[in-house]
Design a protein around this ligand. Structure first.
Ligand code: KIV
Length: 271
């Protein structure tokens, strides 16, 4: 398929097909061109330009400070690199909760300026009007329930969500509302595995879990965490596939030593 039109190989329709045939969906975050190229070439199905960029790229403690301009900057770098995967971009805090008109305007900016494939919003019933308005404009929307990091100041903790029955019931209701509204998929973050499985079985749209157990239709992780670039974050749900912190420290320290000792550059490394 040609990628000139920016129609990527993985579409929201394909994700639905993957769920129906029981093929698990892989999703990873990326925030810049070089990382996105690797993630796409490695065969990841969905690249998420997450507002976790606030933490791993900008060093903020929460995702709250992220702006629409920041997200568009990261998303543009990612969409320039990705040829195959579906690119989903997080709508940052404050750009969709207030009113649905503003939500649509923010989503349109992401689609036009970043050439994204879809947007992701955190929340259920409270943001339904915004979700509906964005969907009416033909923009694919992914929901996000469970732990919603943009609400950290409301809950005050990143602990597992929906352990109590009332919260679990609300989550199930919200999941159905988002599916009925027309969302193409749903991220479920840090909830009990039984609840992740139940929601995934009840919905026809794919669910992608992060700390939601093995019963969801796919998995997502933050790339800096799973590659071990960020070595200070070790929640139970995280599996590390590399120790890039150590490898990068070793490489950079060796470079410093070589420069200081005059070993670099050698005769062969100059003109
Ligand atoms: O911002 C992000 O990276 C996310 C994932 C944790 C799902 O929303």
């Amino acid at each position: 398929m040609s990628t000139d039109s920016k129609t990527r190989v993985v579409t929201t329709y394909r994700l639905r097909e993957m769920k129906s045939r029981g093929e698990k969906i892989s999703m990873l975050t990326a925030y810049d061109y070089s990382m996105a190229r690797i993630v796409d070439a490695a065969g990841v199905d969905v690249v998420l330009v997450g507002d976790s960029a606030a933490n791993v790229m900008a060093g903020f403690e929460t995702t709250v400070p992220m702006t629409l301009d920041h997200m568009i900057y990261h998303a543009r770098s990612v969409t320039r690199a990705v040829k195959r995967a579906l690119v989903v971009v997080d709508m940052p805090f404050g750009t969709y909760q207030g009113n649905s008109r503003e939500a649509l305007a923010s989503a349109v900016r992401i689609m036009k300026e970043a050439e994204a494939d879809a947007v992701k919003l955190e929340g259920g019933e409270e943001i339904l009007e915004s979700v509906q308005r964005i969907l009416c404009a033909g923009i694919p929307v992914m929901g996000h329930l469970g732990l919603t990091p943009q609400s950290i100041h409301k809950y005050g903790t990143y602990a597992v969500r929906a352990k109590e029955q009332a919260e679990a019931d609300k989550l199930v209701r919200d999941a159905h509302l988002l599916e009925e509204a027309g969302c193409f998929g749903l991220v479920l973050e840090k909830i009990p595995a039984v609840l992740g499985t139940r929601v995934s079985q009840e919905l026809e749209i794919p669910t992608i879990g992060i700390g939601a157990g093995g019963g969801t239709d796919g998995q997502v992780l933050v790339i800096h965490d799973m590659l071990g670039i960020n070595n200070e974050f070790s929640p139970r749900f995280l599996r590390r596939y590399a120790d890039l912190y150590t490898q990068m420290m070793t490489g950079v320290s060796r470079y410093v030593e070589d420069v200081k000792s005059g070993d670099f550059p050698s005769e062969q490394e100059q003109y």
